[in-house]
Design a protein around this ligand. Structure first.
Ligand SMILES: Nc1ncnc2c1ncn2[C@@H]1O[C@H](COP(=O)(O)OP(=O)(O)OP(=O)(O)O)[C@@H](O)[C@H]1O
Ligand SMILES: [Mg+2]
Length: 262
């Protein structure tokens, strides 16, 4: 079975800034993974490679393969990946209605393109997704008049409407209150139990669900480690990663990070 993602020797620039130099990483299919690292480590850039928003410098010995394939049609890719990020949230016009955020997922667009007319079946599915996420009551609400957590749920709905097998979540709970955050976590856990694969970037150790099996540690544009969660969620590894003493606590498969002693 080909890997979900295989990056080989990728050199990636953002503007004039070289973020990755010869980066290699393989994420297997069906394996829930969290990516951890300090600000500026390259986590979002890695997800952009996965989402094909960015490409590495072309070289013979370098590639980014998704499910073993280098070339993808954006329509085909929709069925595989659903993406939620803060950046995507910022791109939406504040005047967009909730239901259109969901419907835009069918076109991988920001907002519903004026020339597109979703079928009855597509609209029904959008309604069903909103019901599942508990946001039906907000379907006609303007995006700019929703709370951060409500907007985030609409973006998850946008990602889910194509029924993708993989969800790529870049800090999905940032800015959410404890209730909204736990609700979001519950939803994500439910999706993993239904067989979806989750690739999660987070700064909140306590939001790594027990279902996450592997961890990737990133720093300064490099992969420091990629191993099973139990191997990497340790005081020592996290203290090294964040250059500060970290003490981890464990409870019911969840972890909590506290300040450690030097
Ligand atoms: N649009 C851009 N133009 C130039 N450099 C960029 C751009 N976006 C990010 N960078 C740089 O690329 C590097 C990696 O950024 P990236 O956003 O991937 O980090 P991150 O690990 O997601 O950090 P954070 O935890 O703060 O979200 C950083 O040094 C950042 O300054
Ligand atoms: Mg980021």
């Amino acid at each position: 079975m080909p890997n979900l993602l295989e990056i080989k020797n990728a050199t990636v620039y953002r503007g004039i800034h070289e973020v990755f130099s010869n980066l290699s990483l393989a994420l297997p299919q069906g394996c829930n993974t969290a990516i951890l690292g300090p600000n500026g480590a390259g986590k979002s850039t890695l997800l952009k490679l996965l989402a094909r928003d960015l490409y590495p410098v072309q070289r013979e010995d370098s590639y980014v393969r998704l499910f073993g394939q280098e070339r993808w049609d954006v329509w085909e890719l929709r069925a595989h990946f659903g993406i939620v990020s803060h950046e995507l949230q910022q791109q939406y016009l504040s005047t967009t209605r909730g239901v259109n955020v969901i419907l835009s997922g069918y076109y991988s667009s920001v907002d519903l393109p004026w020339h597109q007319h979703p079928s009855e079946e597509d609209r029904d599915r959008a309604q069903q997704v909103m019901r599942t996420l508990g946001i039906s009551g907000l379907s006609t609400r303007i995006f700019g008049e929703m709370s951060t957590g409500e907007q985030r749920r609409f973006l998850l709905g946008r990602a889910l409407v194509n029924n993708p097998d993989t969800l790529v979540l870049d800090e999905p709970t940032s800015g959410l209150d404890i209730h909204a955050c736990f609700q979001y976590l519950d939803t994500i856990r439910g999706l993993m139990h239904k067989g979806k694969t989750v690739i999660l970037v987070t700064h909140h150790i306590h939001e790594i669900p027990p279902e996450i099996e592997q961890i990737v540690l990133m720093k300064n544009g490099r992969i420091l480690a990629h191993e099973k969660k139990e191997q990497l969620l340790t005081d020592e590894r996290l203290s090294q990663l964040f250059d500060t003493p970290v003490k981890l606590l464990q409870h019911n498969g969840f972890y909590q990070a506290l300040p450690g002693t030097a």
